[in-house]
Design a binder for this molecule. Structure first.
Ligand code: NAD
Ligand code: UFG
Length: 331
């Protein structure tokens, strides 16, 4: 049996493809290369360039391969952009889920592992955040993920499709051997932005606000290492294969780091000076997002291995040093 990875050319998807291959899985990748890179897809995977909203290409893949489960990473995922272009987010994210579940139903595929997000919670009343805490997204991106979860719930009941929804907190780092990393051409994520300073691609990091009610006034996030995240997907896949019921899990390390602590960790990991300027708050940023991931630890047996921020940033630094221009452009 094969596993279909939708969005497998992206940052998180490609690391998952590699991890699946290392487990001996046969992997098929579908990606429209909007933000992903063909060069990020490990060569052992069979690659289809196409859109998850295109039912015909999904039927072709399900016909050409015996697929028992789908990992679904496709999404537009920039919070700010989602506020400006909500229809793009509902079309691509919600429309992609609809199309995928329709094709899975047509082709009798009944297991899906889905990339959800801490963005479904919005501004939490308290941290750490538990899976059954209220979900009040503060932007269309988070709303699209919440809708996608609800669609899986109802379609799952009607058509006996089991799902695991993994609500990632902030994903960071690169593959331990420096061979794969994060290459978003329109970069907004904190860790790669910090590293652009020692890479001489920007003069300083702008910290979005230092007047939050946190220990040093900057926002706190829970950063989870990319390879630990990939390990959670394999556990989720095997959980479903073992007959597990549909579930939602937070994935975070459980520790909160402020933006300034991240910059200090990057200074240590790179041995370079990283100048900082304090800027305005970024609209929609919650002050504190920290996961309670005990449920994933208990039910999936997940245990993140790399949790020291300096170590996580060191893996990203290694990749960027080896790939100063990111992945090569190949189609
Ligand atoms: P990414 O942009 O690198 O990966 C997304 C991939 O999906 C890209 O390769 C893109 O080309 C592809 N894609 C998008 N729309 C598609 C479509 N309609 N058809 C086919 N392919 C399509 O993003 P990422 O950082 O790897 O994130 C992966 C998933 O994880 C996303 O769903 C994102 O919302 C979620 N997530 C990411 C983070 C994070 O910290 N990076 C946190 C929480 C959730
Ligand atoms: N930040 C800065 N300066 C920058 C970039 C970011 O100060 O140049 C700050 C942000 O304000 C925030 C923190 O660094 O406080 C992390 O920002 P990111 O943009 O790296 O990540 P977000 O927390 O905004 O969002 C990420 C993913 C979302 C996901 C969310 C879940 O991009 O997809 O984590 O926590 F939903």
């Amino acid at each position: 049996m094969s596993v279909l990875v939708c969005g497998g050319a992206g940052y998180i998807g490609s690391h998952n493809v590699k991890a699946l291959i290392e487990q001996g899985e046969d992997v098929i990748v579908l990606d429209n290369l909007w933000t992903g890179h063909k060069a990020a897809v490990p060569e052992q995977a069979k690659f289809y360039k196409g859109d998850v909203r295109d039912g015909a290409i999904l039927d072709k893949i399900f016909t050409e391969h015996k697929i028992d489960a789908v990992l679904h990473f496709c999404a537009c995922s920039l919070v700010g952009e989602s506020v400006e272009k909500p229809l793009l987010y509902f079309n691509n994210n919600v429309g992609g889920m609809q199309s995928l579940l329709e094709a899975m139903t047509r082709n009798h595929v009944n297991k899906i592992v889905f990339s959800s997000s801490a963005a479904v919670y919005g501004e939490p009343k308290s941290v750490p955040i538990f899976e059954d805490d209220p979900t009040n997204p503060t932007n269309p991106y988070g709303e699209s993920k919440r809708i996608m979860e609800r669609i899986m719930h109802w379609v799952g009941l009607a058509h006996n499709i089991k799902y695991v929804s993994l609500r990632y907190f902030n994903v960071a780092g690169a593959r331990h051997d420096g061979s794969m990393g994060e290459d978003h051409r329109n970069e907004t994520h904190l860790v790669p932005i910090i590293l652009q300073v020692p890479l001489k691609k920007r003069s300083h990091v702008t910290v979005y606000g230092d007047d939050y009610k946190t220990k040093d006034g900057t926002c706190i996030r829970d950063y989870v290492y990319i390879e630990d995240l990939a390990a959670a997907h394999i556990l989720a896949l095997n959980y479903l294969r073992d007959g597990g019921e549909s579930e939602i899990f937070n994935l975070g390390s459980g520790d909160g780091y402020s933006v300034m602590e991240m910059i200090n960790a990057a200074r240590k990991a790179t041995g370079r000076d990283i100048p900082v300027e304090i800027g305005a708050r970024r609209a929609g940023d919650p002050a504190r997002l920290v996961a309670d991931s005990k449920k994933a630890r208990k039910i999936l047996g997940w245990s993140p291995k790399v949790t020291r921020m300096e170590d996580i940033i060191a893996t990203a630094w290694r990749w960027h040093l080896g790939h100063p221009n990111g992945y090569p452009d190949i189609e």
